[in-house]
Design a protein around this ligand. Structure first.
Ligand SMILES: *[C@@H]1O[C@H](CO)[C@@H](O)[C@H](O)[C@H]1NC(C)=O
Ligand SMILES: *[C@@H]1O[C@H](CO)[C@@H](O)[C@H](O)[C@H]1NC(C)=O
Ligand SMILES: *[C@@H]1O[C@H](CO)[C@@H](O)[C@H](O)[C@H]1NC(C)=O
Length: 552
């Protein structure tokens, strides 16, 4: 009792002495890696910085977006350790020192369950961090917690049996894209500095687009997928989502594999001279002037509806801005680039997913209660979420195998498409290709699917693609500043540095990102003794259109 009181008074004294020194309090709204580090060097404690983000999550997440599945109980004690380190060395240790981040809940963490949004995996506990999580921690980042996603990353609406429905922060009637919807919505709301998502077809770029953020799907092999709940080793990628290009570049530099990862053979593909790149240092070293950008005309929906026109207008206006900045724009009108045809001929999840999830679930390092196989996960007695229109797909996945005759044909189709894409870049002397991430606005809550997305081309070819804010629709009754629109800037493999430089200049020229209105609210920083626990809204927030566990 006495001790607790003493501690309480000690805390009060510390916080009054801070204000007595007249320091400006750290403001987490739209915070960046640089602003966090500036705050530390001006005397703010890492513990206060972490507390500021936790206070926002506690005060705002449930009320507005339902983006968080769990909070890491260690974040505050790690922050205090970093404060001690900072005081003794008077220097930040690592490029992400004390930078609070959030992780999609399909990235393994030893300190928290890794659920993929599934009630059946609520107590599935990896004992080893995913390669990207270890890389973030080694760089000094502080993991705040895990974000909601489309269950098992299998669609783009961002609803799950464990987490429930995540809401678009700009329009409470709409979804936040997905599958990494919690990683997008939470960053739009300044619940952390940046997040990580995963991308099998669209899943990093779609929430970046729907939440006025920057998101990068890196070249296949640049970032290790070890410790990611798998969908497809051919298509899976891990990528950062941030509010500015600078932070995207810093995050990528931290997670790009520094050496071959024996747990992910694609990391052997990285060419000489790419490993160890500092993507932040060279951000300003090139210009749009003289660049050639191809516009994929077949990736637009030119029908005139109020859901497509805002997208076309934003992209057309962006293309004019690029030309004004000195870029040469080339129209690419090639029937090979047909999203539905590519989905039908190149998508590999239905062959790879079951075997890879089964291997993931069978690892000795996976502790806690969890189904033994994907089939078990979807068995009676487990509550799970499959969107009704996906029943057929899941049934095919449960039977699918890389032994299927069709699998090899699909891999050959991918090879053909990849060569064709190389050829398009070469013939037209392209530095990048541009197109809308989604041909229409993000769909409403309760919709059958997040239709109209263009991510598959990078998804199957392994080319890098950077999603960035392109504009907003006009305001609507439920979207006070309009609904975000995003574009993709796709490059040749291993040209992340160039894509980031181009995005950096576009960001400076257009300044499109705006925070959601409600996220501007000032939230007083609480003095936490321990990390608060949050519960996602779960089943209560699942729209009636999506029944739980009725597949078999
Ligand atoms: C700590 O480092 C900062 C920035 O490098 C410097 O301005 C300050 O004087 C240093 N403080 C101490 C106590 O050495
Ligand atoms: C790379 O790993 C994947 C999945 O773990 C495996 O299916 C594939 O055969 C491996 N490729 C090579 C060339 O070893
Ligand atoms: C499009 O029109 C429909 C029907 O009038 C309306 O409900 C919807 O909000 C409109 N969408 C936008 C983005 O304005």
């Amino acid at each position: 009792m006495q001790l607790r009181h003493l501690k309480y008074w000690a805390l009060l004294l510390v916080s009054t002495s801070i204000t007595a020194h007249g320091q400006e309090q750290f403001d987490p709204r739209e915070a960046t890696v640089a602003s966090v580090h500036n705050a530390l060097y001006s005397g703010e404690s890492c513990r206060n910085i972490v507390s500021a983000f936790l206070s926002r999550i506690e005060a705002l997440d449930h009320e507005h977006i339902n983006s968080i599945i769990s909070l890491d109980p260690d974040s505050l004690s790690i922050a205090s350790q970093q404060d001690a380190l900072f005081a003794s060395k008077n220097a930040t240790i690592g490029p992400l020192f004390c930078v609070p981040v959030l992780l999609k809940d399909n990235l393994d963490t030893a300190s928290l369950p890794t659920t993929s949004g599934s009630l059946a995996l609520a107590d599935s506990r990896p004992s080893i961090d995913a390669a990207v999580v270890k890389a973030l921690k080694d760089a000094g980042a502080i993991i705040l917690g895990k974000t909601n996603l489309q269950e098992l990353a299998l669609e783009g609406i961002s609803v799950s049996s464990l987490g429930g429905q995540t809401i678009n922060p700009y329009d409470a009637d709409r979804t936040p894209g997905g599958s990494s919807g919690g990683s997008g919505a939470s960053i739009a709301a300044s619940f952390a500095v940046f997040s990580l998502g995963t991308d099998t077809i669209n899943s990093v770029r779609s929430p970046a687009s729907a939440n006025s953020l920057f998101g990068l799907r890196p070249t296949r092999g640049l970032v290790s997928r070890a410790g990611v709940v798998p969908n497809s080793h051919t298509q899976d990628a891990v990528g950062p989502i941030a509010r500015c290009v600078e932070d995207l570049a810093i995050a990528l530099s931290a997670i790009a594999s520094s050496q071959l990862d024996p747990e992910d053979n694609s990391t052997a593909l990285v060419p000489e001279g790419i490993r160890g790149t500092d993507y932040y240092r060279d951000l300003a070293s090139s210009s749009l002037s003289g660049k050639t950008i191809g516009v994929l005309e077949t990736f637009f929906d030119r029908t005139m509806t109020n859901e497509t026109e805002p997208v076309n207008d934003a992209l057309d206006s962006m293309i004019s801005r690029l030309q004004e900045a000195g870029a040469r724009v080339v129209q690419i009108d090639d029937p090979m680039y047909n999203v539905n045809a590519i989905l039908a001929s190149c998508e590999t999840q239905r062959f790879e997913l079951r075997q890879e999830v089964d291997q993931y679930l069978a690892r000795a390092s996976l502790k806690g209660q969890h189904p033994a196989t994907l089939q078990d996960l979807y068995s009676e007695g487990n509550s799970y979420l499959v969107l009704p229109q996906q029943y057929g797909f899941i049934k095919a996945v449960l039977k699918g195998s890389t032994q299927d005759l069709e699998y090899e044909a699909v891999l050959n189709n991918i090879k053909d498409l990849t060569m064709h894409l190389h050829d398009t870049f070469k013939t037209n002397h392209l530095d990048a290709i541009i197109y809308p991430q989604q041909r229409n606005l993000p769909v409403r809550i309760g919709a059958a699917s997040q239709h109209g997305r263009n991510g598959i081309l990078a998804g199957v070819t392994g080319f890098p693609s950077l999603a960035l804010p392109a504009g907003f629709s006009s305001a609507t009754e439920t979207a006070a500043i309009g609904i975000p629109i995003g574009l993709e800037l796709m490059g040749l493999p291993w040209t992340e540095a160039k894509l980031l430089q181009m995005a950096h200049e576009i960001q400076a020229l257009t300044q499109i990102r705006k925070p959601p209105v409600w996220a501007g609210r000032h939230i007083p920083v609480r003095d936490y003794a321990t990390v608060p626990s949050v519960m996602p809204k779960g089943a209560n927030s699942i729209p009636p259109a999506y029944p739980l566990g009725v597949l078999l």
